[in-house]
Design a protein around this ligand. Structure first.
Ligand code: OAD
Length: 232
């Protein structure tokens, strides 16, 4: 393996689990006992906006009581000290990476602390609850919705992510089950372009076989260890 300069890191719900943010799949996960189609699709929003808005209001409110854990902090340290290119792509809609200090960050599935106008596409910072019918500050339409990428919608910043993957020397996936595309396919894209690949997860993800190396354990332990190695 040639020297590593360009690094792309993908995170999922597992990186925030030790902060007390629920993951999606598995026991105690958000999708357990909840049909994804009821809260995370454009059809659900059209059918029962109050239910969908309330689901994300509850999760937004929860952010006040959680804090970044050692994995978020270690990734922020790597961002600050890594001399080459680095891009952190998160599927998470919490704000723990930025609160941990990460700067080069893309929220590909949207953000709890943001509202999206379904009329004009404007996105604005949003801290409080977001009942259906709030007006967009740009176009005035009462169409603000949670700024979450629902199933069937295009994730954010895919061009920038694809570009970074094509130039990556190392692709690292942390705390994601590998169940949701396109993120689940990033490892294949990175490999295709010649990157080395590393997965860190509590247990093998659905895409484990694609990674050159898998480290199993809690992100709060594995990620700080890996960052030490990278910066040594
Ligand atoms: P999942 O809940 O599918 O997977 C979380 C992964 O993290 C699992 O593989 C767990 O084993 C692992 N895990 C749990 N605790 C961990 C820990 N302490 N350290 C390391 N790993 C741990 O969550 P995602 O893969 O992020 O999309 O889910 C992907 C997308 O599915 C989400 O972004 C969401 C959901 O539908 C949207 O809402 C748009």
């Amino acid at each position: 393996m040639a020297a590593i300069r360009n690094v792309v890191i993908l995170t999922g719900a597992g990186v925030s689990a030790e902060s007390g943010v629920a993951t999606f799949r598995g026991p105690g996960g958000l999708w357990e006992g909840q049909r994804v189609e009821d809260v995370c699709t454009p059809q659900a929003l059209a059918r029962d906006p109050a239910l969908v808005h309330r689901f994300y209001d509850e999760r937004r409110a929860k952010l006040a009581s959680v804090a970044p854990n050692p994995a978020h902090l270690a990734l922020a340290r790597l961002d600050a000290e890594w001399p080459g290119e680095l891009l952190l792509v998160t599927q998470n809609v919490d704000d723990l990476h930025e609160r941990g200090g990460s700067m080069r960050l893309i929220h590909m599935h949207g953000e709890l602390k943001s509202a999206l106008c379904a009329g004009c596409g404007h996105r604005e910072a949003w801290e409080e609850s977001l009942p259906p019918g709030c007006e967009c500050t740009v176009c005035g339409a009462p169409l603000l919705r949670p700024d979450i990428v629902f199933f069937g919608e295009m994730p954010y910043r895919m061009e920038a992510i694809e570009r970074a993957l094509a130039e990556a020397d190392l692709f690292v996936s942390i705390g994601t089950s590998g169940a949701v595309y396109p993120a689940a396919g990033f490892v294949q894209t990175a490999r295709y372009h010649g990157a080395d690949t590393l997965e860190m997860n509590l247990d093998p993800s659905q895409g484990s076989g694609w990674f050159a190396e898998s480290r199993l354990g809690p992100a709060g332990v594995l990620v700080p260890e890996w960052v030490e190695e990278m910066l040594a």
